[in-house]
Design a binder for this molecule. Sequence first.
Ligand code: PLP
Length: 390
Amino acid sequence: MIYLDSNATSQVAPEVLDAMLPFLREHFANPSSAYRIAKPVRAALDTARQQCAALLGATPGEMIFTSCGTESNNAAIASALATHPERNHIVTTTAEHSAILEPCTLLSQHHGIEVTRIGVNREGLIDLDELREAIRPGQTALVSILWANNETGVINPIPEAAAIARQRGALFHTDAVQAAGKIPINLTSLSVDLLSISGHKFHAPKGVGLLYASRRVRFQPLLTGGGQEAGRRAGTENVAHLVGMGEAASLMLKQSDAGRGSVRALRDRFEEKILTGVSGAEINGHLIHRLPTTSNLHLPGIDSAGMLILLDEAEIYCSASSACHTGALSPSHVLTAMGCDFHRAASSVRFSFSRFNSEAEIDRAAEAVIACCQKLRSLRPLEGGPVITS
Ligand SMILES: Cc1ncc(COP(=O)(O)O)c(C=O)c1O
């Protein structure tokens, strides 16, 4: 099989699995226990915390382990509102992941919080002037802006956006679930207060995430109970998986620019083949400010659901849109936010790559995509709006 859906979830790296296994076998003690056998477990958590901090250019004390990116996002919003109870306004964007959009919708519908969603341009980028104007000094509790978009890979100007939020007196959170490990992040020099990541997007297993909470800001936990994570997130830590996330962070950090460049070269090779082999094909999103791992392609005259079925038969796996939404019968909200019409959104497919892909796979997948386009175009011209699984 050829797996080209690493933005949905990534393959666990062999080194990660090896690092985890001792914590599922012999070192199973609760890290909070006082006896001797808990010591190596606590030490392993400390190491994982250091490894994650190094990936983000932050300090271990600023790492709060969570169960996933979704929890980190929810915890960031909850903390910003709890630490600023006099404020009732959030600024975010129309192209966020549902793990930001949905909590914001809920807050505005049931908890009296006003939410301003700034737009993105045709290339998927936010406008910094629009952001500046949207922030209400003294009223905006939080600005939350996606670092890299999961569907298009478009990278927002986070350092600049965070500086604007700081200047206007609002806390700044970024959902960096797709950015972490794929582009360099150094929080020491940024005005980012809160940041979310998720292990399974960078070759750790599913079920672990992290919220960076800058030591500059006050923090109120979403989950209360035992005093784990220095009282910032209750619940016994998922030690083996967190050890895996630490190892995965370390591997991503060690990966040189050359390593990152080789995934980009695979992505570019794939795009070149599709853009020459499929008439009218185009890239969705900014051509430069884009993750090196992501390719969102408009393939006119095909419907993405049909493409996914044909590719599935050929054991090639990719996405019509965010995998978290599969089953919903609506075009991608991200492409719609970028001004794509229904037809363009319904004939766009996302391919996402990792270091586990090879040139041979890229060539075979590109050939298959070109053949599927020809087949779908010969079967039925796109009319009346086919349905996309977004
Ligand atoms: C940008 C972004 N944010 C948040 C999430 C949610 O992360 P998790 O699956 O760890 O809850 C995802 C997952 O697709 C994502 O792509």
